[in-house]
Design a protein around this ligand. Structure first.
Ligand code: PXP
Length: 252
């Protein structure tokens, strides 16, 4: 069964747009925990939040709240920096997904350069794992990065599907081929294969040619659809499409 991680960053984006300086106001909305509960209710496997260095959406208090109140797994996305790592070590989320991060980007724009940063990534991975958190690397489908993710001891990779999502026709098919090779490589090495970025109910079926997928992490499209139908229905619609996937891998 293909699991769904619901990324609720953009629920916080909407809250920050109005209440960034008044987070304790009784008026502050939308309420992150309500969104997480809706996703839980609809059948999500995990909740993902990205604590960015610029705190543009998720705040430190949100991370602690999720850790204390969630009934499903918590996946913390983060850049590999000492201050965010210190928070992750304190919070002990179920999973950490290490991502590259730059202040200028609108959203995460690509996978980690695992080859260049393997020493620092390995050290962070070991510290998190020793603290009870499983570690995922967000990577482009490039064999060298998968190879180094294995060398660093990652429990999982999350394949970056942004290029897949933003290309169509023959170019999308070419990206699917790269994703298939990467998924196969990681699976052979015993690493759980997840995927995410830019996925929607309209494009996700094209990803189903990729084997061994255990979990998809999806945010923007689910929160966008929720404006029309509510988050419970939005998540249920995605899970309905995801139930068609038949090449799934095991959860680590
Ligand atoms: N996975 C990772 C590592 C991400 O950085 C993001 C975006 O925050 C997502 C998945 C979800 O992407 P989207 O919001 O496009 O569904």
């Amino acid at each position: 069964m293909l699991h769904l991680g619901v990324n609720i960053d953009h629920v916080a984006t909407l809250r920050q747009a109005r209440y960034a300086t008044m987070l304790n106001s009784p008026n502050a909305e939308p309420i992150l925990l309500e969104a997480a509960r809706a996703a839980e209710h609809a059948g999500a496997y995990s909740i993902t939040i990205h604590l960015r260095a610029d705190r543009r959406h998720i705040q430190d208090e949100d991370v602690y709240l999720m850790k204390n109140k969630l009934r499903i797994k918590l996946n913390l996305e983060m850049g590999n920096t000492p201050d965010i790592l210190a928070i992750a070590l304190k919070v002990k989320p179920d999973f950490v997904c290490l991502v590259p991060e730059s202040r200028e980007e609108i959203t995460t724009e690509g996978g980690l350069d695992v080859v260049t940063h393997h020493i620092a990534l390995k050290e962070t991975t070991q510290r998190l794992q020793a603290n009870g958190t499983k570690v995922s690397f967000f990577v482009d489908p490039i064999p060298a990065h998968i190879e180094f993710a294995c060398k660093c001891g990652a429990d999982m990779i999350e394949l970056h599907t942004g290029t897949f999502a933003n290309h169509f026709d023959a170019e999308r098919l070419e990206e699917v081929s790269r994703l298939k090779i990467a998924a196969e490589m990681a699976h052979q090495a015993g690493i759980q294969v997840n995927a995410g970025h830019g996925l929607t109910t309209r494009n996700v079926r094209d990803l189903f040619a990729v084997p061994h997928l255990a979990e998809l992490n999806i945010g923007h499209s689910l929160v966008s659809r929720a404006i029309s139908v509510g988050l419970v229905q939005s998540v249920e619609e995605m899970l309905e499409v995801m139930s068609e996937y038949s090449l799934g891998g095991a959860i680590a």
